[in-house]
Design a protein around this ligand. Sequence first.
Ligand SMILES: Cc1cc2nc3c(=O)[nH]c(=O)nc-3n(C[C@H](O)[C@H](O)[C@H](O)COP(=O)(O)OP(=O)(O)OC[C@H]3O[C@@H](n4cnc5c(N)ncnc54)[C@H](O)[C@@H]3O)c2cc1C
Length: 402
Amino acid sequence: MDFSIEAKLQADQAKIFAFVKDHIVPLEAVAKNYDPYDNIDMAVLKGLRAQVKAAGLWAPQIPLDQGGLGYGPIGMAVLYEAMNYSIFGPVAFNCAAPDDGNMYILNKVASEAQKDRWLLPIINGDVRSSFAMTEPAPGGGSDPNMIQTTAKRANGKWVINGRKWYITGAGEAAHFILMAKTGDGARDGLTAFLFHRDDPGWHIERRIGIMGPEEHGGHCELVFDGMELDDERVLMGEGKGLKVTQIRLGLARLTHCMRWLGLSKRAVDIASDYVSHRSGFGIKLIDRESIQMKLGQAAMDIEIGRVMVMRAAWRIENGSKARQDISIAKIHVSQLLNRVTSDAIQICGARGYSKDTVLEWIYRYGRQALLVDGATEVHQMVISRFLRQAESNFWGWGVGHD
Ligand SMILES: Cc1cc2nc3c(=O)[nH]c(=O)nc-3n(C[C@H](O)[C@H](O)[C@H](O)COP(=O)(O)OP(=O)(O)OC[C@H]3O[C@@H](n4cnc5c(N)ncnc54)[C@H](O)[C@@H]3O)c2cc1C
């Protein structure tokens, strides 16, 4: 068993971390670098993305022949954690959700013609994208079998009707992946479609306010009233929607964990710095055992999360879907992000609650981690399902075969 990482990956990690510390972290302290929704201002981002490209660090998860650095899940685990040391990091490198997951699924299952039209502009950073699945009741949320948006055949086209909500980035996105019902089968009743912002027959009903900072384009409610799409807009094939979702969400959940680990490490660093300089009742705060216990617990939680994420990444690279590992990692890392950030705020006193550090930003952002890409309880259900399936070899050490 070897837990070391190869030399090139180590070097790229050092380059990315240095770039983040030198060029991105300083941007966080200046109010005019933020848009009205607490994300990085678009003009500032444009300049930053040009710098990232010039440094040769653009889109490390994308294959070399498409302009990336060619890393798989193991490399991504190392690099995404380094990037998200800054709240603005992932989007600067083109590794933020939902573009990241959309690029992954398009590269995996789209036809060559679809890749040219729908994928390459996202890779190049020319357009942004969205993944539209969740619906208001009685439609599909945690349970995709409840999806009610329909795609029906008429005059050689697919005609889409329905409603989606909480669709990240929809206000800015040009390229969309949409999940719609095309049949009644539990496994083959859904189909994934590609559509463009300029296609007629749909509109954004509203941008839904949320408690945390927003991705560019916000979280929107979309209405489809007779949008017509050709067969060439079907992704992977009719009835393959659930498969598209499973392939996309598997790695997307893990990449969330990779990024959240970076944010958690940042929170620990901010808290450690504060207690190294602040004294009370005659001693430095860092010398108090209760503070040491909080910081030690945080470091331990993060390290457990890193090992979980890396094992899942290793299993995926070796051919497993790693579904139980991803669910375990998703629960553990989303919870530790919330716990660690809350403790870091407590350790920093009033400064932790202020906007003088990014702790409050991370705290507000972190709450969504317990919901997005599968609520905690749904992942617990998945883990328990694997536990009950004797053939899943739940406790096995190998690559696994789920
Ligand atoms: C910030 C943000 C961004 C999002 N971005 C997108 C996006 O880009 N695209 C998209 O399609 N969706 C997006 N979503 C939606 C997200 O994927 C859903 O919120 C999530 O899948 C849960 O669905 P729901 O909200 O309908 O909750 P419901 O299905 O209504 O569930 C509500 C709660 O019930 C509990 N619950 C549900 N099922 C079970 C179970 N089996 N066992 C025990 N308890 C259970 C859980 O606590 C759950 O939180 C986003 C959500 C947020 C908050």
